[in-house]
Design a protein around this ligand. Structure first.
Ligand code: S3P
Length: 438
């Protein structure tokens, strides 16, 4: 095992300051993918220099795309056009990144070369049939392990054909995968979502001049078009802001400003849920930047109360539940989450791992098949295993603000996948956090 990186959080502190968290992960991935297959030069600002988005960037470099940067969030992509990607010399290693693997499966299914996608232990356990099955319906040839997991071996085929697919899970990764495959398919490719999920792919395709057809819950593209390079300004990631929204909400005397946060309505569930719990979050300076809504947020501490989380908010806050569970632990009364079985197949089983961690700190947390029941109450000190899941590590770091003793969080290196600089930024705003290399 590589050296463990641990967070040690001492009790006390409060969050204050005026900060901008790093760029949106979902948008950063998509900027590289679409910029690479566009015609012309795409300039990206605010790119997330985290391991996940860098895995996507390296994959396209390995397929012959010239990409400059990242340099302080600036990336310049020399697009090769729809058919300009080259076969890579080796399997594409996508590390911990589910978004890279699922979206690339779609984008690469219709290329004229063979390519294999691999990932780390966590990614190699995650379900890929949700993308390989509908891609097979389009005529793609992709091999997985018998369990339906990576490595994905993608073979060239004569051509893909459009399908009309009703998605069994509300997943932006599945939707995006199929739309990207649809760019290369004959005819129209349609996907129907059981519930709205993040729509960055649709917005960005339109930004690159590609028509996306929208009919109620259906999204469609017609194959055979082209993308034209454009400039992209990546907003700060609301999923990274979420840790600070929770940290400031639960700690008396906190008053924090978060700048330029992406406020796409398919991503703002965390704000709706926290407000329903009583959080004091002010939204100002709302504007649209490069097709994505953005705003500044001011969050001040407030007494939180437990709620039954509305199921329609679940896909809109899907990555924010580790942080929200910490908010629930600090709330008065009971918080009940249902309809969130997807949390069990994220970077870790986030229901089980969060329940175990909360219990280790003396919080009553009962996992259910599709959610959790958390009783608000005092948080003690203790040791928590993040299972290499970035969002679990950051959520428990914020719990330290309300804990009565020291919290030690193990296996934190993957925080770098989505939030490089988290520890320094958290410490600068008032969290008593130290990083230990063990
Ligand atoms: C993402 C979609 C979500 C989310 C992930 C990023 C994306 O996954 O959890 O962090 O960029 O499309 P699902 O589509 O599996 O819900």
């Amino acid at each position: 095992m590589s050296t463990d990186l641990r967070f040690v959080v001492r009790p006390g502190g409060r969050l204050q300051g005026d900060i901008r968290v790093p760029g949106d992960k979902s948008i950063s991935h998509r900027s590289i993918m679409l910029g690479s297959i566009a015609e012309g030069i795409t300039h990206v600002d605010g790119f997330l220099e985290g391991e996940d988005a860098l895995a996507t960037l390296r994959a396209f470099r390995a397929m012959g795309v010239e990409i400059e940067g990242p340099d302080a969030g600036r990336v310049v992509i020399h697009g090769v056009g729809m058919h300009g990607l080259q076969p890579p010399d080796a399997p594409l290693d996508l590390g911990n990144s589910g978004t890279s693997m699922r979206l690339l499966a779609g984008l690469l299914a219709g290329q004229g070369f063979e390519v294999t996608l691999i990932g780390d232990d966590s990614l190699s356990r995650r379900p890929m049939k949700r993308v390989t099955e509908p891609l097979a319906l389009m005529g793609a040839e992709i091999n997985t392990t018998p369990k339906g997991t990576a490595p994905l071996m993608i073979r060239p085929v004569d051509g893909l054909r459009g399908i009309d697919y009703v998605m069994p899970v509300a997943s932006a990764q599945v939707k995006s995968c199929l739309l990207l495959a649809g760019l290369y398919a004959e005819g129209e490719t349609w996907v129907t979502e059981p519930a709205p999920t993040r729509d960055h792919t649709e917005r960005m395709l339109q930004g690159f001049g590609y028509e996306v057809m929208i009919e109620g819950p259906r999204r469609g593209v017609r194959g055979g078009g082209k993308l034209v390079a454009c400039d992209i300004d990546v907003p700060a990631d609301i999923s990274s802001a979420a840790f600070f929204l929770v940290g400031a909400s639960i700690t008396e005397g906190s008053d924090l400003i978060l700048r330029h946060v992406g406020m796409n309505p398919t991503r703002d569930g965390v704000i709706n849920i926290l407000r329903q719990m009583g959080a004091d979050i002010e939204v100002s300076n709302e504007r649209v930047v490069g097709g994505e809504p953005v705003a500044d947020l001011r969050v001040r501490s407030a007494p939180l109360r437990g709620i039954r989380i509305p199921e329609d908010q679940v896909p809109l806050a899907i990555d924010e539940f580790p942080a929200l569970f910490v908010a629930a632990a600090c709330a008065e009364g009971e918080t009940v989450l249902t309809g969130a079985e997807e949390l069990r197949v994220k970077e870790s089983d986030r229901i089980q791992v969060m329940a175990d961690g909360l219990k280790a700190l003396g919080v009553q947390a009962e996992p259910t098949p599709d959610g959790i029941v958390i009783q608000g109450g005092p948080i003690g000190g203790g040791r928590v295993d993040s299972h290499g899941d970035h969002r679990i590590a950051m959520a428990f770091a914020m719990a330290g603000l309300r804990a009565s003793g020291e919290i030690e969080i193990t296996d934190c290196a993957n925080v770098n996948t989505s939030f490089p600089g988290f520890a320094d930024l958290a410490a600068a705003t008032g969290l008593n956090l130290e990083v230990a290399h063990v």
